[in-house]
Design a protein around this ligand. Structure first.
Ligand code: 13P
Ligand code: SF4
Length: 298
């Protein structure tokens, strides 16, 4: 079985397999750690393994490399990328900073190393609220996710400027979908990721990262939930809560890039040590600063 070959190679090469909650169930099940962006970056920063196989999209593997520069970091599918991370470039950010030198740059982890390198601090959806609170008296530019930025601005009233980036999966969600799902499942609680538009987020019983959604559903006495994030999360939700019912808000909640990775790709990545992620050292050092600050403040 391919799972046995992967396990054998993993031991032979002293590798660790990390997978995001949006990966296919089979990929999650072969991983040593499954988590959200924050948990996986913490593991990447601490692992003793020589090779990190990152089952996710390229900014995540790049983040692992920034935090663990001595490790070989592999992304099983070279083309797996996050469209949101491509919605801001380092040149655009440099220009913005020149025009607005008074704004602190708070950067969502869904971004590339050269953008992180120009930022004051990174955040993920797990720690954005906490970290933003420490910047409460400052003027902030939040990049690149306008929806998460708008939610933080709405919730705390901070002086936050927004960048017009978005997640093409969560940004599609509409209030009409939530109303229809609630009518169909009147007992269910609605749990949503903050990458969704604010109007949708306002209808939620809980707003949080993928890990937050799993923790909330697991601790809740409720038995039924409508889920407003990528459908890969149904696998860990169902595993942790075999007796509870989960309804995905819409089957469109599927991230094309997250779903590219197969078990075959994981096997080939380990066997051939492909595709290796590299980051130029001068960029890595600066990007590390904003990520280290995030880990210190989380
Ligand atoms: P989290 O892993 O922080 O929940 O973010 C979800 C996401 O969209 C990752 O691309
Ligand atoms: Fe990017 Fe959205 Fe896919 Fe996450 S779900 S990787 S933010 S496109």
């Amino acid at each position: 079985m391919i799972q046995d070959d992967i396990r054998r190679l993993k031991i032979e090469k002293n590798a660790v397999i990390l997978a995001h909650y949006y990966q296919d169930a089979a990929v999650q099940d072969i991983a040593d750690f499954v988590g959200d962006s924050l948990e996986l970056s913490k593991i990447a920063a601490q692992t003793e393994a020589e090779i990190i196989v990152f089952c996710g999209v390229n900014f995540m593997a790049e983040t692992a490399k920034i935090l663990s520069p001595k490790k070989k970091v592999l992304l099983p599918v070279k083309e797996a990328k996050c469209p949101m991370a491509m919605m801001i470039s380092a040149d655009q950010l440099k220009q913005y900073k020149q025009a607005h030198p008074d704004r602190k740059i708070v950067c969502y982890v869904n971004s590339y190393a050269d953008v992180k390198a120009l930022s004051d601090v990174c955040v993920t959806s797990s720690n954005a609220e906490k970290i933003l609170a420490a910047f409460g008296n400052e003027k902030v530019l939040y990049i690149p996710d306008k929806n998460l930025g708008r939610y933080l601005k709405y919730k705390y009233g901070y002086d936050i400027e927004l960048w017009p980036g978005f997640c093409c999966i969560h940004n599609r969600l509409r209030t009409s979908l939530v109303r229809e799902a609630k009518a169909k499942h009147p007992e269910a609680l609605f749990l949503v990721h903050p990458e969704a538009p604010l109007e949708v987020v306002k209808l939620a019983d809980y707003v949080g990262s993928t890990r937050g959604i799993i923790a909330y559903a697991t601790a809740s006495p409720a038995q039924e939930f409508i889920i407003g994030t990528e459908k890969g999360i149904l696998h860990p939700l169902q595993k942790a809560n075999p007796g509870k019912k989960f309804h995905i808000l819409t089957p469109d909640l599927a991230c094309f890039d997250m779903k590219l990775t197969t078990l075959d790709d994981v096997y080939h990545a380990l066997r051939d040590e492909t595709f290796e992620i590299t980051v130029p050292e001068e960029i890595r050092k600066e990007a590390y600063r904003s990520l280290a600050k995030m880990l210190e403040m989380s």
